[in-house]
Design a protein around this ligand. Structure first.
Ligand code: HDE
Length: 697
């Protein structure tokens, strides 16, 4: 008979804590695996059964806890902006902005404020691709000494709708259609265009979403906008209206649609990976933060209503005053704990920042906390580390689901004689709402001043360069061609007529639907506004390779010296080099040395690079010519208007890809060849090449 072992009770007065050794394995000193209660686990391979072939026992608390936790590892995803990528960093003001605002984080150019930023697509689910045609969310949580300030904006300065009442409608229209469950992360379908074609106020935003802004090259290269008009209030109580802006220090670039389509297959995480890798290699993304300031007395002088979120103020009319810089210098430790659980809310403001009566903003002030209550499981999500303020927090809110604090004391209210020293309001430092005079009837009515839906759509389109205008037309033709209901396409053509006649004609022709418009009568006759060149990405594109990626195609026998000089020249521009070979194991260069590569040709099409160089050896080039992946590598780089460096041995490959030599196809062995290639690559794309390669529709 086996002897029954009875655990001995701890001696009276001894600590009940498990000695530390119990939590280290005897053999290797590794930490012992425990349950969530800290109980050491003896076997993490087998469940508890009645006999080795018997049924599993309900008593197996180790198994049940593990499976239960797993079952709940996903929380409801965000209804919009579900797919996001985040990073930590800091914000540093350039100088005191005390004339504009009393917000503490904007006073001292020596004082850094910790931030967490999250960038997102809007329509797709959390597991969707990074490069659909879509708006990008741009959110920044500033952990200031006066509490958290959340900037929750987009990479487009205007919005589809003017009133929060329509938000569920526009989102239901763009999300996958509810009966069939598709398309995922795409606006190219009937319900979206059905809603849009019946919503003239969306036309300005539609121009932006059909432009290359909606397919950014990198999250590090997107602009950010507050969209609504906000207020800044200084210590004297003077309030001014502002529009918030973020400008990427790397400049803004986009991909072109054919690339977006191919990148989505080749690397669905293109943006998330790019952000992560740049921070890992110490190439920290940076943005300048600025404001357009409008004195309250001047608001009425603008030719639109500042409260209308479908309008922007051209920088040529009111320039941006830069207030400081954000640097993202640390990747999250855990995507779920930080990027997923972070909760941004436009209502999170600090003293010195205030709201306007924009009816879209007013609705948002309610929505975010409300949605986060269910997404993050109750009213205590501010305690999750990524959401918790870094400054002291005291109040009398207690209990509730997921309460993590063990809050002491008898008194959870004020006033109190029992505990007179509890936290109390402070009229001096406390947040005060700017006392704005409000009068009027309780009414559901859109202001007359919101009625001009076309003038700024026209302003945006006419501020674009010809390639950008062509891309807008192509995008409209692509999207509308996917709408099977003819009347919706016809009604969209009716709208385009009021934006720009040439755009209307081009899209009508691309759809093969000339002369079939359904007429739309504008509420207000569109006006011709002065174009704003600062809205064009191409016009203000910087000449730089910084933060960009150059792919070099190599084979056995690649000229070692030439490769070395090229890599040095590219790195000098602070760009990243990616060597691409047929096999990931590497290649043997002309010196007979084995060289490692970062990419295999089959997994790294040229869409992943901003410029390319072809350095095959003369012996290997013929086999590349027989290889579709290699020929497409070159053909795509050419079709995507990129700089292509090559040497004489690569000519058969250029020929196979039907490349016509132009100013961005550069022989790197020629005198100053490498310098010329770098100069061409810094220009980004050779737009003059496009008309010969791509037609609209
Ligand atoms: Fe949002 N939006 N939104 N939105 N929004 C959310 O909040 C909402 C709008 C924006 O990285 C939700 O926590 C309404 C404009 C960003 O976590 C939700 C209206 C702009 C993010 C919500 C708008 C934005 C959100 C979903 C119309 C640009 C992602 C999950 C009145 C200025 C933040 C969540 C992050 C997220 C509501 C319109 C930006 C449902 C009701 C305009 C960047 O509360």
């Amino acid at each position: 008979m086996a002897t029954k072992k009875t655990p001995s009770a701890p001696p009276v007065g001894a600590s009940n804590a498990i000695p530390a050794e119990t939590h280290q394995t005897a053999a290797t000193n590794e930490p012992v695996l425990t349950t969530n209660q800290g109980v050491p686990v003896s076997d993490n391979q087998n469940s508890l059964k009645a006999g080795e072939r018997g049924p599993v026992l309900l008593e197996d608390f180790v198994l049940r806890e593990k499976i239960t936790h797993f079952d709940h590892e996903r929380i409801p995803e965000r209804i919009v902006h579900a797919r996001g990528s985040g990073a930590h960093g800091y914000f540093l003001p350039y100088e005191s902005a005390a004339d504009l605002t009393k917000a503490a984080f904007l006073q001292n150019p020596k004082k850094k404020t910790e931030v967490f930023a999250r960038f997102s697509t809007v329509a797709g689910g959390a597991g969707s691709v990074d490069l659909p045609r879509d708006v990008r969310g741009f959110s920044v949580k500033f952990y200031t000494e006066e509490g958290n300030y959340d900037f929750v904006g987009n990479n487009i300065p205007v919005f589809f709708i003017q009133d929060a009442m329509k938000f569920p409608d526009v989102i239901h229209a763009v999300k996958m259609e509810p009966d069939r469950g598709f398309p995922q992360a795409a606006s190219a379908h009937a319900t979206f265009w059905d809603f849009i074609s019946l919503t003239p106020e969306s036309m300005h935003m539609i121009m932006w979403v059909m432009s290359d802004r909606a397919i950014p090259r990198s999250l590090r290269m997107i602009e950010g906008f507050g969209v609504h008009t906000y207020r800044l209030i200084n210590a004297e109580g003077v309030s001014r209206f502002v529009k918030f802006h973020w400008r990427p220090v790397l400049g803004s670039s986009s991909v072109i649609w054919d690339e977006a389509v191919k990148i989505s297959g080749a690397d669905p995480d293109f943006h998330r990976r790019d952000l992560w890798e740049s921070i890992e290699r110490g190439d920290f993304p940076e943005w300048e933060f600025g404001v357009q300031v409008i004195e309250e007395a001047d608001a009425a002088k603008l030719d639109f209503d500042l409260l209308d979120p479908t309008k922007l103020i051209p920088e040529e009319i009111i320039p941006i005053r830069m207030l400081g810089k954000m640097v993202l210098n640390r990747n999250p430790d855990n995507h779920f704990a930080e990027t997923e659980q972070v909760a941004f809310c436009p209502a999170n403001v600090v003293p010195g920042i205030g709201f306007s009566d924009d009816p879209l903003l007013q609705g948002r002030l309610f929505s975010y906390l409300d949605t986060q209550l269910s997404r993050l499981g109750g009213p205590n999500f501010h305690q999750i580390p990524i959401n918790a303020p870094r400054c002291p927090m005291h109040n009398f809110q207690r209990d509730g689901l997921r309460q993590m604090g063990v809050l002491k004391g008898r008194v959870a209210y004020e006033p109190s004689q029992i505990e007179p020293a509890g936290p109390r309001e402070c009229p001096v430092t406390g947040f005060r709402t700017h006392p704005e005079a409000e009068t009027g009837e309780k009414i559901r009515k859109r202001a007359e001043t919101f009625a001009d839906h076309y003038s700024q759509a026209r302003l945006f389109f006419r501020s674009m360069t010809p390639p950008e205008q062509n891309h807008i037309a192509s995008a409209l033709a692509f999207e509308l061609a996917k709408v099977e209901i003819k009347e919706i396409r016809q009604r969209m053509l009716g709208h385009l007529q009021h934006i720009d006649a040439a755009l209307h004609d081009t899209v009508g022709a691309a759809l093969g639907m000339e002369g079939t418009d359904i007429d739309v009568t504008p509420a207000v006759k569109p006006r011709d506004l002065e174009p704003s060149p600062s809205l064009s990405l191409i016009t203000k594109a910087p000449s730089t390779l910084k933060g960009r990626k150059v792919g070099i195609l190599v084979t056995d026998g690649t000229d070692a010296l030439l490769l070395e000089s090229l890599v040095a020249a590219i790195r000098k521009e602070k760009a990243v080099v990616g060597l691409v070979a047929r096999r990931i194991g590497g290649f043997t260069d002309s010196n007979g040395s084995m060289v490692e590569v970062q990419h295999a040709l089959s997994g790294a099409p040229s869409v992943l690079f901003d410029a390319v160089v072809l350095l095959p050896s003369a012996d290997a080039v013929e086999s590349l010519v027989q290889e579709a992946a290699a020929v497409n590598w070159v053909r795509d780089a050419y079709g995507h208007l990129k700089a292509i460096g090559h040497h004489a041995a690569a000519l058969p490959l250029l020929e196979a890809a039907a490349v016509t030599v132009d100013s961005a196809v550069v022989d790197v062995e020629a005198p100053k060849g490498i310098r010329n290639f770098v100069a061409a690559a810094k220009k980004g794309r050779l737009w003059e090449r496009e008309p010969a390669l791509r037609s609209i529709g």
